[in-house]
Design a protein around this ligand. Structure first.
Ligand SMILES: [Zn+2]
Length: 238
């Protein structure tokens, strides 16, 4: 990390819709950072660099920037959730207030208007309450994926051998071309359902084309013409 030199001026740039703050400093090299959890991009540049030079330097690192922002979007924004009443939790892109009820048996979760009601056993700590909620999330996303595959597999004329849900740190989904099995990130249950649909179609498209090449994107355009907006939504910090 460079020493935090005093900023001589600062400017804003847009690199393919990604807002970037440029800070001109008395330094030798350009430095780039993506801040968590906001995904804000900041570049520190030597004072003799023009905005044009900075812009083309950023465009060369565009793919890296996208990857970093995707990685940050996947990290839970509030790692310190306590699983207590009043806390906000997400489900299909909406924010719900957690409402904890204590009962001797029958831990469960249900939705009630804007409330996510979690029945916890009296001795459960945050970790155990999280397990109850994750189990429910897993059931919900499983049901949704089954429905989506029911629509998309016949529509695309391609069939997976099955799917699994798991917590993944760096990807929304993967597809094992050999076994034709699809894996989806449990975190998708917190995003709007259009995001899950986008990832399902993306992974199914891999059954036609292994690589992210022109043929792959042409197929995506055909199946899901608004996939780019959905991808953006998936990686948004909401
Ligand atoms: Zn892919």
């Amino acid at each position: 990390m460079p020493k935090e030199g005093k900023s001589l001026y600062s400017a804003k740039l847009l690199i393919n819709d990604i807002p970037v703050t440029v800070k001109s400093k008395r330094i030798k090299n350009m430095y780039l950072r993506v801040r968590a959890p906001s995904g804000d991009v900041e570049v520190s540049a030597p004072k003799q660099c023009s905005l044009n030079e900075i812009e083309s330097w950023l465009f060369e690192r565009h793919d890296w920037l996208i990857k970093q922002r995707e990685r940050i979007a996947m990290q839970p924004v509030q790692p310190e959730l306590q699983f207590v009443s009043g806390e906000e939790h997400k489900f299909w892109g909406k924010v719900y207030t957690l409402d904890i009820a204590l009962k001797k048996r029958g831990a469960s979760v249900s939705l009630n208007d804007n409330k996510l009601q979690l029945v916890s056993l009296p001795h459960y700590d945050a970790v155990q309450r999280k397990q109850v909620l994750d189990r429910w999330y897993r059931d919900q996303i499983t049901r949704e994926v089954e429905a989506l595959l029911g629509i998309w597999q016949p529509r695309m004329g391609v069939y997976s051998s099955g799917f699994g849900i798991r917590a993944m740190k760096t990807r929304w989904g993967t597809c094992n071309i050999g076994s034709k099995k699809i894996w989806l990130n449990l975190e998708l249950v917190k995003k709007p359902v259009e995001c899950l649909e986008y990832v399902v179609v993306h992974e199914l498209t891999h059954l036609f084309e292994r690589y992210h090449n022109a043929r792959f994107y042409a197929l995506m355009d055909e199946f899901l013409p608004d996939w780019r907006e959905r991808k953006k939504l998936t990686n948004q910090f909401i």
